[in-house]
Design a protein around this ligand. Structure first.
Ligand code: GSH
Length: 230
C-alpha cells in the first residue's frame, strides 16, 4: 500500500510528517498542493482545507498531530512515542506546544520575512516541475503573502507580540537542548521531530539567526539529519 502525503513542501507541519515517515523508514509519495488553487480538492478528500493530509489505503487523516499518532500506531516499528506514562506525557506536551504555540510564532516570523526578502521567497518555493507554475508562483507570492497573513489573523500588533514570544521560546529551547541529544530519554521521539521541523527555516530570519540561538539550531540540524530531512 502506498502512503500518500498531500502537502505544501515548505510547510513545517508537512515537514514534520515527512520526518516521522522517514525516521520510521516508510516509503511514501507526496502530492504538492497549490495554496488556494488546490485546496478545493483537499476539501473533497478530507473535509477540510489544510495540509498535511495523509492517505493510507481507504484512510484519510488530516492534521500533523493526528497523522503522527496514526503512523506510530499503524506502523509500530521504530516507535517515536515513548511507551512509559512519564515519557508519553512529556512527548504529548512537547508535541502539542510545538504545534500550537511554537509553530504559529514561527509562521508569523517566516511570513514577515518572506514578504521582506525576495531571495528567501525564492528559496521557499518548491520546484513544481511545471514550467508555467514555476514562472507564475514567484510573481504571485508577494500578493499571496498578505492574504496568508490575514488568513492567520496576523495584524501588525499580533505579529509584534508573536515576535516577542518567539524570542522567549528560542531562549527556552536553547536551555532545553544544550548538551542534550534528545528532549526525552535517549532515543528520538515525536517531541524532537515536532520541535526541530517547526524550526526548519527559522535561522534564515535575521532576528532568529546569529550566535544567541546557535546551540539550538545545532541540535535541530542533528535531529533533521537523523530524519533524513535536509
Ligand atoms: N495544526 C495543524 C496546522 C496545519 C496548517 O496550519 N497547515 C497550513 C500550512 S502550514 C495550511 O494548510 N494552511 C492553508 C490554510 O489555512 O488555508 C497541523 O498540525 O496539521
Amino acid at each position: 500500500m502506498t502512503l500518500t502525503l498531500y502537502q505544501f513542501d515548505y510547510s513545517p507541519y508537512c515537514a514534520k510528517v515527512r520526518a516521522v515517515l522517514q525516521a520510521k523508514g516508510l516509503r511514501y509519495k507526496t502530492v504538492e498542493v497549490l495554496p488556494f488553487v488546490g485546496q478545493g480538492r483537499l476539501m473533497e478528500l478530507s473535509g477540510q482545507r489544510r495540509v498535511p493530509v495523509l492517505v493510507d489505503g481507504s484512510r484519510v487523516i488530516s492534521d500533523s498531530t493526528q497523522i503522527a499518532y496514526y503512523i506510530d500506531t499503524a506502523y509500530p516499528e521504530v516507535p517515536l512515542i515513548p511507551e512509559g506514562s512519564e515519557g508519553y506525557r512529556a512527548c504529548f506536551i512537547w508535541e502539542d506546544w510545538a504545534d500550537e504555540a511554537f509553530g504559529p510564532a514561527v509562521r508569523s516570523a517566516l511570513l514577515s520575512h518572506a514578504r521582506a526578502d525576495a531571495g528567501f521567497r525564492q528559496e521557499f518555493l518548491p520546484p513544481l516541475g511545471q514550467a508555467r507554475l514555476d514562472v507564475a508562483l514567484p510573481w504571485a507570492l508577494p500578493f499571496a503573502l498578505p492574504l496568508l497573513q490575514a488568513r492567520y489573523g496576523l495584524t501588525s500588533g499580533r505579529q509584534a507580540a508573536m515576535e516577542r514570544q518567539l524570542a522567549r521560546q528560542l531562549d527556552f529551547l536553547v536551555g532545553a537542548t544544550t548538551g542534550r541529544r534528545y528532549l526525552i530519554g535517549s532515543r528520538l521521539s515525536l517531541a524532537d521531530v515536532s520541535v526541530a521541523t517547526m524550526a526548519r527555516w527559522l535561522d534564515a530570519v535575521p532576528a532568529c539567526g546569529g550566535h544567541r540561538y546557535a546551540g539550538f539550531f545545532r541540535w535541530r540540524d542533528a535531529i533533521l539529519e537523523q530524519c533524513l530531512l535536509t
